[in-house]
Structure formats: C-alpha cells, structure tokens
Write a protein that binds this ligand. Structure first.
Ligand SMILES: Nc1nc2c(ncn2[C@@H]2O[C@H](COP(=O)(O)OP(=O)(O)OP(=O)(O)O)[C@@H](O)[C@H]2O)c(=O)[nH]1
Ligand SMILES: [Mg+2]
Length: 457
C-alpha cells in the first residue's frame, strides 16, 4: 500500500474512535493527538497539521449531534480536512481530437520524468488515443535510448533525434513529424533541471512557448517530503504549471509531506507513481486515496450519509410550510441555504415518501442565481401571493430582471407544485389517511415522525 505507515496510524486512530461506545471530549482529544503524530511522522508541515487538527477539534466540540451520529460525523471531519490537505482533483486535460495535443513533463534530475512519460503514454493509449512519446533530453547520455526502450514496451512510437543537440529544434521538428503521422497526443520528456540552473530553466520556458502544450506537468520525487514545496513553487514561477505527479510514493515515509506540500504550493496532483514498473501508476483520486488511508474503502458513502443527515431547515420556514403559508421567497431561501436539491428532496421524503415533484429535481438548483434576480424585481405582495402574477406582471418582472419568461414560468411552476404537494400532505395528515401516489405509506411513519418534530417548533 502507498504511504503504508501513515495509512496504518490513521487507520488505527479511526478504528479506536469507531470502537468507542460514545465520542466524548477525551476521545476527540485522543484522536487529535493520534492524527498529529501520524501526519508529522509523514513529514507534513507542522503548521498545516496544527491548522487541520484545530479545525477538527473546534467542529467536533461545537457541533451538537445525537450520540449515534457523532462517530460518522467525526470521521467525516477527518476526511474533509485531509481532502483540504491533499487538494481536490484537477480537471481532466482537454484533448482536442485531430489537433496538436502535447503534454510536457518537467522536473529536476532523477525525479522520474522519463519513467512517468511511459506511464502516461500507456494511460492515454488505454483510453483509445493514438499516443507517442518525444524526448528533448540532449543532456543525459542514453536518454533517447531509455525512452525508445520504454516506448517499445507499451507499443507506442518514440520521436526524437539523437544526433541533434538543440532541444528546441528537436521539439519543433519532431512534433511536426508526429502530427503528420496522425498522432493524437504527444507526451514530451525534457532534461532534468535544477531550479538554480538558469539556462535550463530558460530552455524550459522556450519549450513551453514553442510547443504550446495542453498541460505542463511537474514531476516531483515523493521522498523529498515537505521539501517538495520549494520545488513546486520555483517551477510554478517559471512555467505555467498545470498539475503535479508525485513519484516514488512506494516505500517512502515522507509521502504525506510531499503531497501536502504540492497542494500548499497551489498545484493539484494528477497522478501518483508507486513503483518503477509502468503499471505502478494511479490516477490521484483524493476521496478514494483518503478512504484507503483511513481504512474505510467506502468512505464516499459514509460522507454522503453524514451530509444527508446534516439537513438544516429553518424552523420558521417549516412552520409556515405546514400552515400552508409557504411563499416564493421561502422556496428560494430554502433551496439556497441547503444548496443541494438532494437535501431538499430528503426533507420532502420525510414528509411522506419519495414522490417529489419532477420540476424540483434538477432545474431548481441550476436556476437559483436567476431566481435571485427575478425575486429582486418582484413586489412583496407578489412574493407572498404568487398567484397574482399574470401576464402584465410577468412582463414587468421579465423586463426589470432581464430574465426570460421561461425561467419565470418555471419558477412559478415549481412553486405551485411544491405548494400543491404540501397542501395534499397536510390534508392527508389531518385526515390520518395515506398520501395519494405514495402507496404503502398510510400517513407515513416518516411523515408522522416529521409532524412530531414539527410539534417542537
Ligand atoms: N520506486 C520508484 N522508483 C521510481 C518511480 N518513478 C521512477 N522511479 C525510478 O527513479 C529513477 C529515475 O527515473 P527516471 O525516469 O530516469 O527519472 P528522470 O527524471 O527522467 O531522470 P533524468 O532524466 O536524469 O532527469 C529510476 O531508477 C526509476 O526506475 C516510482 O514511482 N517508484
Ligand atoms: Mg529522464
């Protein structure tokens, strides 16, 4: 496993907390200590470690939760903070079929560029692209032969010119040749350079200018630990870095430091190298990676569960909802505050089943920004009694907000559906009957619980 030692200590820390009958103050403090020890011994920068553990402590201590939900909540906190530490996933490199597509690898000597070229070439080949490698390394003896050999192993062409000493010339001529040969993606190797080597750093900037790569990827040796920060920063200053690949994460205790250092330098990690062989390569998926570090392969569903449970509905809105006084603005505010319609659906599900008005499923979320503008052009009366919004008012609102009719209509439509849904729910509740269209929910146990909950407000 990658970062085995860190994984083992994080796994132990999480296991300990999950085994406890309740998560109290002492348990949180013990977890914080375990996390600090684990991350520091993985060479993560002290400030980062303290910042993240302090965040966990604050959130864990200050959030009031039912006992049963505390454990998952705390695990999710750890997950969220580790994601922050290791960064999100960079967007995929955009490849334009039939056009020139170049991925340029840079990095200091021995970081693993040439090996990684072959790994990336194999990755894109397996996605169905016609891939070739290109070497511009005129410095290291045998650089050309090394890449030819690796390319043969994965069955792709290698472009280069061992008789030419000018890297820029090679880059221009050989890229042309590859494009003429119908290559979709050229993965270009460069000579190893040091951030102090001004000439080579300059050459790299020219290569960038001439090749106009889709992305420049910096290769960083994971055994450097937090030293990776200086390197990432220095390269980011000279070129337009797109992402980083951290290599040699197999068998180094400092991997956590290297990964977090890259993120601290503001560059996302795209892949990780986990061995010398071509297949020892992984796309960097933060959630999956952290799941395996924490010993919870299915961390995604745990996180989802906690997120779903964090429904935060304003009690006043709830009260208005059940008394049939739900306004257009309430709908907007509610959608906005919970951000995801998914959560809103959950609230509705609590009211009696999964039968949610169709219109609320997708569009509401996407249209929120426009709704805001529309609401700004409405009078108080219109927001409270949207049924008075007929043709003339719609025209005025549309002109005032600059939002097209269709959005206003949809907004009103969604509001009406919501209102109808709630009215039906309330009627059925009063009669103690089931809810039409929701078989098997005689009044709905969930609905009953929901009503009880409402009684508290
Ligand atoms: N364990 C391990 N070794 C790796 C990994 N990636 C590369 N290496 C090894 O690191 C050494 C250097 O790799 P190269 O690919 O030649 O590095 P480079 O950056 O091209 O080096 P220069 O061209 O000299 O700048 C080789 O022995 C590789 O086998 C990795 O992910 N894990
Ligand atoms: Mg090399």
């Amino acid at each position: 496993m990658v970062l085995e030692k860190l994984g083992r200590s994080l796994d132990n820390a999480i296991r300990k907390i999950r085994r406890l009958p309740t998560v109290d103050k002492d348990a949180i403090n013990a977890l914080i200590q375990d996390l600090q020890r684990a991350l520091l011994s993985s060479d993560v920068r002290v400030e980062l470690v303290f910042e993240m553990t302090e965040n966990i402590r604050k959130e864990a201590m200050n959030t009031k939760l039912q006992k049963a939900r505390r454990k998952d909540f705390v695990v999710k906190l750890v997950h969220d903070e580790l994601i922050k530490l290791l960064g999100g996933k960079p967007a995929p490199i955009r490849i334009k079929p039939g056009k020139k597509n170049v991925i340029l690898l840079v990095g200091i000597q021995g970081s693993g560029k040439t090996t990684t070229i072959a790994k990336i070439a194999k990755y894109y080949k397996s996605k169905g692209y016609k891939v070739a490698t290109l070497t511009t390394d005129t410095w290291r003896p045998g650089a050309y032969e090394q890449l030819v050999q690796l390319s043969e192993q994965i069955g792709v062409n290698c472009y280069g010119n061992p008789n030419e000493k000018n890297a820029i010339k090679i880059a221009i001529q050989e890229t042309k040749r590859a494009i003429n040969d119908g290559i979709d993606i050229i993965i270009a190797d460069t000579a190893g350079r040091h951030k102090e080597e001004k000439e080579l750093m300059k050459e790299m900037a020219i290569l960038e200018d001439k090749l106009k790569p889709n992305e420049i990827i910096l290769i960083i040796d994971g055994t450097l630990g937090q030293q990776a920060f200086n390197q990432a920063e220095a390269f980011a200053q000279t070129t337009n870095l797109g992402s980083i690949i951290v290599t040699k994460l197999d068998g180094t205790a400092k991997g956590g430091g290297a990964l977090s250092a890259c993120v601290a330098a503001n560059v996302g990690i795209r892949f990780i190298g986990i061995g010398e062989k071509i297949d020892d390569f992984e796309e960097f998926e933060p959630t999956k990676f952290i799941g395996s570090l924490l010993g919870i392969p299915d961390i995604k569903s745990l996180v989802q569960k906690v997120q779903d449970a964090e429904i935060d509905i304003d009690p006043e809105t709830l009260r208005r909802m059940v008394h049939g006084k739900f306004t257009l603005e309430d709908l907007y505010l509610q959608l906005k505050s919970i951000k995801k319609v998914g959560k809103f659906k959950q609230i509705l599900a609590m009211m009696g089943g999964g039968n949610i008005p169709d219109a609320l499923k997708e569009d509401a979320e996407a249209n929120l920004a426009k709704w805001e503008v529309v609401l700004g052009s409405m009078t108080k009366l219109e927001k409270e009694s949207p049924k008075i919004i007929k043709k003339t008012r719609k025209r005025r609102i549309s002109i005032g907000s600059g939002v097209e009719y269709s959005v206003i209509n949809k907004m009103l439509d969604q509001y009406n559906q919501m209102k109808k849904f709630m009215k039906r729910f309330i009627q059925m509740q009063k009669k103690g009957k089931g809810i039409p269209g929701m078989p098997g929910i005689p009044g709905g146990k969930a609905a009953g619980d929901f009503m009880k909950k409402l009684g508290k407000f």
